[in-house]
Write a protein that binds this ligand. Structure first.
Ligand SMILES: Nc1ncnc2c1ncn2[C@@H]1O[C@H](COP(=O)(O)OP(=O)(O)OP(=O)(O)O)[C@@H](O)[C@H]1O
Length: 790
């Protein structure tokens, strides 16, 4: 391209051509032609870069747009936009309601409505004192209020009286004098007054505009929904949502239980008082709430499934119980799912020993802490539906006791079950089976425990300082015989319901439970059937540690845990059968009102046997000390006398020719209540049938004839004949247990045909020092003697 100026160039051209007939062609450019179609590398690279940046920018924006938080924010924004009309309507409603609430408050204040209500209530309750106090308060408050108003008015008048003349003078001076002629201070006063005035003229209109808005916000706040917990505050996507429970959530859950006084309380804008704010407590959250008027903790406990649902938990995970007062609610809510896990391995399964005075590791509390269950100074009643872990729990307690080398252990299993067979080498007494002899042995054991209790009472009294109860120190003195004595009875309802021994066993058990605690004698009872017919009421009332695995109803629950527990929200009915196997509700085992315990499980089933090695260890512990298995048993016993039914019936005839069967039953019961009290017509006929006697009809009544009885007696005397077997329905012809007798010496041995299998590991422990030659588990040095039926 040329660098000559186009105009100079044109002028030169005109000069050359003479200025005429010259065609104006405009400037001529000299330059190089650039062909766009030819490749231009740098420009294209720049364009490509720009477009790639643009693409990347677009991708980034799209990514952000589609990202989780933005999508959520967008959906929330869209949702709120859709809801906006409704929100506006709600806000208007809040404003109106807020004004109304203020009006009500003002009216209440102006008319002393609350004090008047107090006076009315006092009048209805006939409380003249309270009524007078309320009226007095109204009067004095009214006087004070009017006095205050008077003072304010007087001050206003005084202010007006001073301010009005000053204002008038200022106005007058200002109107007659020029500002320049005034004294400087006076001119300053006017300047100040004018500044204040102009500020007021600015601020007041502003206030008049802002005030309604502030009023609207304040009244909307006042009129807001008072049901606790605004929904939008709930953030279920929190990481700790499964464990997160706070007061607002609890209040909200309580507000939707359908309890009328609670509903009314929340509707009137009430706020619950938390005496203990929600706080982490073990594997859950604990809070304590003071409930409003008209609501008790029991009412809340009754709505437990609803409360659990409102809190997003399973019923088992939600524990509303009565606090120190009826109006105080203790609430413990488990973290989601934590109760599903078992308690894990028993801490003593591989090593360690126990001091029974310190307790036995029993399970994990709801707070996730190991519970050291007390055994000394308490008695236990363990119950629940079949197969839920009662025997396993009893086994754990007894295993713990076995690991205390000073403890003596007795076990009676009122059914065919090998659950306690591996304990044999460590037991001083063991009987298992369904036959009457086991019931008799268990009853005898209770008798002996009572005698032992008396002996221990005397032994204690002879100790220096007359200690009131056994202690570790006393228990360790080997010769004193004040060691812990633990007696476990599994399926104890079979014993208490036994037709022959039941009544006696119940009486003895009650006496033991009431008085044995001080003497280191511990009774552990386990049952499937904790009803008032199967377990004596006095037993359920007096045991200090109640354990309930899954139970069917309130009766079973309260039978095990104590009356009123179901109503107070302490409910093993919430434990699901099989699902919550091994989990129980327990009272009395800690200082807490109750514990939800996941019990430790020491396996003894399906070929797994962790019990035998523990027992072997327990026996080894005793051997290391140079002792033998403790036994309070006396080696010699008297044979139990056998009731002679025929002779007793003969005596009951009382010399009469014919006696009605009913009368005979009454006389027999009077003669020997232990033997005959539970006899029915069926038992009597069965017993007589054994001697070939059948009651006959006379005047429409069944009677026994004296000549038949006399003939049977004569026959028996002549032949030395025993009754013809034990017919079905009879209560048998077991000997009446002498309550003075000592236990059989072979109690450590199983009755034939009922013993469980022995674990090979037991073999070594069977032959322990001092028991050489004895059968497994027999008492050291005791002489075995045969006994009818065993
Ligand atoms: N703590 C536990 N943890 C895990 N499983 C357990 C626990 N306790 C018991 N079980 C399981 O439950 C089964 C039944 O236990 P157990 O025999 O103790 O029940 P039970 O209530 O005594 O039954 P029954 O009334 O029929 O004698 C055991 O075989 C075991 O599998």
């Amino acid at each position: 391209m040329t660098d000559q100026n186009p105009e100079d160039y044109e002028r030169a051209a005109l000069a050359r051509s003479g200025g005429r007939d010259v065609e104006h062609v405009g400037p001529v450019f000299d330059g190089e032609l650039i062909d766009d179609t030819l490749p231009q590398p740098r420009a294209r690279a720049a364009v490509r870069r720009v477009s790639s940046w643009r693409q990347r920018y677009r991708d980034a924006v799209a990514r952000v747009w589609r990202s989780g938080p933005v999508v959520r924010a967008r959906s929330v924004a869209a949702y709120r936009a859709r809801k906006a009309p409704l929100d506006v309507a709600r806000l208007v409603w809040f404003v109106l309601r807020g004004n109304w609430r203020w009006l009500v408050k003002f009216w209440m204040w102006a008319t002393y409505a609350d004090l008047r209500a107090d006076a009315r209530r006092a009048r209805l309750a006939g409380d003249a004192e309270a009524r007078r106090a309320a009226q007095e308060l109204i009067r004095s408050d009214a006087t004070a209020r009017w006095a205050k108003l008077g003072i304010v008015l007087r001050r206003m008048v005084i202010t007006l009286r001073v301010a009005a003349p000053v204002a008038a003078v200022l106005w007058l001076v200002n109107s007659v004098m020029d500002r320049a002629d005034m004294w400087p201070w006076l001119a300053n006063v006017y300047t100040g007054v004018e500044a204040v005035w102009s500020a007021l003229t600015l601020v007041v209109p502003l206030l008049l505009i802002v005030a309604p808005a502030v009023w609207a916000v304040a009244s909307a706040f006042e009129g807001r929904d008072r049901t606790p917990g605004a929904g939008w505050l709930v953030r279920p996507d929190r990481d700790d949502a499964d464990s997160w429970i706070d007061e607002r959530m609890i209040s909200k859950a309580l507000a939707h239980l359908g309890i009328s006084p609670l509903n009314r309380f929340f509707k009137d804008g009430g706020t619950l008082v938390y005496t203990v704010a929600a706080r982490t407590d073990g594997d859950g959250t604990y809070a304590q709430v003071r409930l409003p008027l008209g609501v008790t903790a029991d009412m809340v406990a009754a709505q437990r499934p609803k409360l659990a649902a409102n809190l997003g938990r399973a019923a088992l995970e939600t524990w509303p119980t009565k606090g120190d007062e009826d109006g105080i609610l203790d609430l413990w809510v488990a973290d989601k799912g934590v109760l599903r896990g078992g308690a894990g391995e028993w801490p003593l399964v591989h090593e360690g020993q126990v001091d029974l005075f310190e307790g036995v590791p029993f399970g994990l509390s709801q707070r996730g802490l190991v519970i050291n269950a007390p055994l000394i100074g308490v008695n236990w009643l363990i119950g629940g539906r079949p197969g839920q872990g009662k025997s396993a729990a009893l086994r754990t307690l007894l295993l713990g006791a076995a690991l205390d080398p000073t403890a003596e252990l007795w076990v009676f299993v009122m059914g065919e079950s090998s659950d306690f067979d591996p304990f044999t080498p460590r037991l001083s007494r063991y009987r298992m089976g369904m036959d009457d002899s086991v019931a008799e042995a268990a009853t005898q054991a209770l008798v002996d425990l009572l005698s032992e209790m008396e002996r221990r009472g005397k032994a204690l009294g002879e100790q220096p300082g007359r200690p009131p109860k056994v202690s570790r120190k006393l228990a360790d003195k080997h010769g004193l015989g004040l060691h812990p004595l633990v007696c476990g009875i599994d399926e104890c309802h079979e014993l208490f319901q036994h037709p022959k021994f039941g009544k006696k066993a119940a009486e003895l058990a009650v006496r033991l439970i009431k008085r044995g605690r001080k003497y280191g004698i511990v009774l552990l009872l386990a049952t499937q059937s904790p009803t008032k017919d199967s377990i004596p009421r006095e037993v359920t009332r007096n045991v200090s540690c109640g354990v309930a695995f899954s139970v069917a109803d309130q009766v079973a629950n309260d039978g095990l845990l104590g009356s009123g527990k179901y109503a107070a929200g302490i409910r093993a009915t919430e434990l699901r059968i099989n699902t919550d196997r091994g989990t129980c509700v327990a009272v009395g085992i800690t200082d807490e009102t109750f514990e939800l315990v996941r019990t430790f499980y020491v396996p003894f089933e399906d070929g797994a046997d962790d019990v035998t090695p523990v027992i072997a260890r327990a026996v080894a512990l005793i051997e290391q000390m140079g002792w033998a298995v403790e036994s309070s048993a006396q080696p010699e016993i008297e044979a139990a006398p056998v009731a002679d039914h025929l002779a007793d019936v003969d005596a009951a005839m009382d010399g009469e020719r014919r006696v009605r069967t009913q009368a005979i039953l009454t006389r027999l019961a009077r003669h020997d209540p232990g033997e005959y009290e539970r006899w029915t017509f069926r038992d009597l006929t069965a017993a007589l049938a054994a001697y070939g006697i059948a009651p006959v009809k006379s005047d429409g009544n069944k009677v026994v004839r004296a000549e038949d009885v006399a003939a049977a007696l004569a026959d028996r005397d002549r032949d030395g004949r025993e009754p013809d077997g034990d017919p079905a329905g009879s209560q048998g012809v077991l000997p009446t247990a002498s309550l003075n007798q000592s236990p059989w010496a072979d109690q450590g041995k199983h009755s034939e045909g009922t013993s469980g299998t022995h674990h090979p590991d037991n073999a070594g422990s069977d032959q322990k020092p001092g028991v050489a030659g004895d059968a497994p588990g027999s008492l050291p040095g005791s002489r075995r003697r045969p006994r009818g039926g065993d």
